[in-house]
Design a protein around this ligand. Structure first.
Ligand code: NAD
Ligand code: 4PL
Length: 248
């Protein structure tokens, strides 16, 4: 999509300070949206927000904290007058053998990767319902389909995200709000490049139909499409964007 199809829309991207979220924030802004980059890393969010230009800005938020999410909602509507698009991208991406995950670690992952999606959707949908229009895109993972090792709690949370996407689409359909999910495969984000998942690139590439590394810029355009008015008839769906790793 080349046109400024998102002109006049306000979009919030969580976890937008780096990686896939930053690529999504850039693509939405390139299509004309006023983007609010929301991240636990406040300085990183402000850096990306300022870089996007226009009325875009960044702010610090922990998506797992109800009061902070409420504060974000107030600031977004006060500064831009509306809230049309939400991309739930923030997540913890662990690599821990199953039996090394205790209940505290399980809860830490659920709090951000699943509770955070609920809290953000709860806040955003109230604003979207007021205007009878909205686009919500939740970032899941193809690990949910593949059952990839060393990510059991993460995969359980992403399964919750896919299920919640289907249910919320039903609840919000009559308000002009669509809810979809995008499932990336292994992607060369900042987080992955700096951690243990980077060792999996060669093996994962051997499973893909397209034999190269997935980049954050491969994910963003699919999200932008689902955030556009043209995607009006698509809701409750989950799209694998992974170079043909998982054929779902
Ligand atoms: P990343 O680690 O590079 O970036 C994640 C961002 O989320 C960071 O800026 C971090 O500060 C932020 N964040 C973490 N906890 C937060 C919280 N509580 N509140 C607000 N922000 C928080 O991650 P990435 O690899 O770009 O992944 C982005 C999304 O894509 C995630 O949902 C992830 O599960 C999904 N995903 C990634 C891959 C991959 O291989 N990179 C594959 C499939 C799915
Ligand atoms: C296949 O979601 O889907 C590594 C790290 N490998 O986060 C993921 C695969 C990772 C994935 C993921």
């Amino acid at each position: 999509m080349e046109r400024k199809v998102l002109e006049g829309r306000t979009a919030v991207v969580t976890g937008g300070a780096q990686g896939i979220g930053a690529a999504i924030a850039r693509d939405l802004a390139a299509h004309g949206a006023t983007v609010v980059v929301a991240d636990l890393n406040r300085s990183g969010a402000e850096r990306v927000g300022n870089e996007l230009g226009g009325d875009c800005f960044g702010l610090g938020v922990d998506v797992g904290d109800e009061a902070q999410v409420a504060g974000l909602c107030t600031e977004v509507t006060a500064r831009t007058g509306r809230w049309d698009i939400l991309v739930n991208n923030a997540a913890i991406v662990p690599f821990t053998s199953w039996d090394a995950v205790d209940f505290r670690e399980w809860r830490r992952i659920m709090r951000v990767n699943l509770d955070g999606v609920f809290l953000m959707c709860r806040s955003a949908s109230d604003e979207m319902r007021k205007r009878g229009y909205g686009r919500i895109v939740n970032i899941a993972s193809n690990a949910f389909f593949a059952g990839t090792p060393n990510m059991a709690a993460y995969i359980a949370a992403k399964g919750g995200v896919v299920g919640f996407t289907r249910a919320l689409a039903t609840e919000l359909g009559t308000f002009g709000i669509t809810v979809n999910a995008v499932s990336p495969g292994l992607t060369a984000s900042d987080g992955v490049l700096g951690g243990p998942h980077a060792a999996s690139f060669d093996f994962v590439q051997s499973l893909q139909a397209i034999k190269r590394r997935g980049e954050p810029e491969d994910i963003a355009p699919v999200v932008t499409f689902l955030c556009s008015e043209e995607a009006r008839w698509v809701t409750g769906s989950t799209f694998n964007v992974d170079g043909g790793h998982v054929r779902h």
